[in-house]
Design a protein around this ligand. Sequence first.
Ligand SMILES: Nc1nc2c(ncn2[C@@H]2O[C@H](COP(=O)(O)OP(=O)(O)OP(=O)(O)O)[C@@H](O)[C@H]2O)c(=O)[nH]1
Ligand SMILES: [Mg+2]
Length: 481
Amino acid sequence: MDPTILAVLVVAGIVIAVIYFTVINKKPAELPRGEEPQGKPSRELLEGDQPKKNELKEKLDKKREEQQKTNEDREKEAEAEKQAKEKAAKEQAEAEEKERQTQEARRAEDEARKRAEDEARKKATEEAARKKAEEAASRPAEPPKPAEVAPPPESVALPRRAPPTATPKAASERDVAKVRRGLARSTGDEGFFGRLSALVRRKEFPPELLDELQEVLLTSDVGVKTTDKLLERIRTGLERKELTDPARVWDALRQEAKQILSIGGGGITLVSRPTVVMMVGVNGAGKTTTIAKIATQLTQKKKSVIMAAGDTFRAAAVQQLEAWGNRVGCPVIKGKDGADPAGVVFDAISKGKQEGADVILCDTAGRLQTKTPLMDELKKIARSAAKALDGAPHETLLVIDATNGQNALTQAKLFNEALPLTGLVLTKLDGTAKGGVILQICDELKIPVRYIGLGERSEDLHEFDADEYVEAVFGDHGKDT
Ligand SMILES: Nc1nc2c(ncn2[C@@H]2O[C@H](COP(=O)(O)OP(=O)(O)OP(=O)(O)O)[C@@H](O)[C@H]2O)c(=O)[nH]1
Ligand SMILES: [Mg+2]
């Protein structure tokens, strides 16, 4: 080929190639929608959009993440809600189960209590029948009086907490009449037993009989627990149609009261020579007077008695006991003014041992059951008595003023906590129209009543006898014979 033609062809080829590449490179790069081309060459455009793309991608990722998070949160919320619902349902089921168990336990408790009460009632009835049979068998021989039983050999120590109870004596009509006279205020129309009798004597029982009985019992110091016990008996009897007439209701009350009161014998039993009796109680309850009355009764039975003037707190208290000692004719052991009462009691017991006395009656100062140091002093006196004579004091009697009402139970509880009491003396029953506190104390604390005080004279102190007492207040509908 001609070299000129060849050169022309090469140049033309080069021109075509240059034109072709120029056109290709001018084709604009694809831009995201909405973005205007910037009029730059396409390679620059592609390179310049990369950060934007990245930005877009980040945005998208973020959105996706947020969406994911929202979804997760929703799932979590749903899960939490589900768990809360399950928990509430579980708690409710547990509460229902607990309530069911409580009710079941309550029902079982009620049944057990009823069974125990029925059993106790049955036992009491059997015991009464047995006693009656024994009494009938031993008549006409008179049962020996407790204080007249030959005392055991010198210084016999018996268990402290359970001194043998006195042999119950048959309630003689004379004694019953005496007790009834002493209780004239509570058996009178305005008194506890008088009001009780008036309620029950009605020909027909109104539906509110139980409410009325409850009012009389509660306002006569019988206390809530014991009142409930007495009413339960009447309620069951009425429901079972066993108590169809006044006499039966009265008899049910009488039986229940007797069962409550029959927890031990009255008087003191001479368990050792000497037998040491310690008298405790709040101020003015009647401790010193009761000691004098017991001393009078014992000396009348030819027992030798020594009194210990353990109330060293007031000089007048020692003089009061000395005056009684002179009147009754028995020695009084005292200390110097303000002497330690524990020492006085120790000396009295030592003297009693030396002289072979039958009984040592220890007076103590009145004290509030809430004053710890004073209660500690009582414990010290008791320890000192035990040092002087093994097993002493054989009787620790709490003297309670029956006109004190509800406070009597608190006194008995706290004194009993400080010193184990073996018995109670309930004084001034002649001075109250209520007198229900005796039922409450015996029922709740199970401490036997040893004596009741029905006046200020020595013959006004009675060895307590549940039969006699119940007969005096419930016999003949509680009316004077
Ligand atoms: N009506 C009546 N009065 C009684 C009875 N027992 C005691 N008293 C009187 O109650 C008052 C107080 O008797 P005290 O024997 O001095 O009493 P206390 O517990 O020794 O008193 P303090 O030594 O001060 O703690 C006296 O006036 C007694 O006559 C009773 O059964 N009936
Ligand atoms: Mg006194």
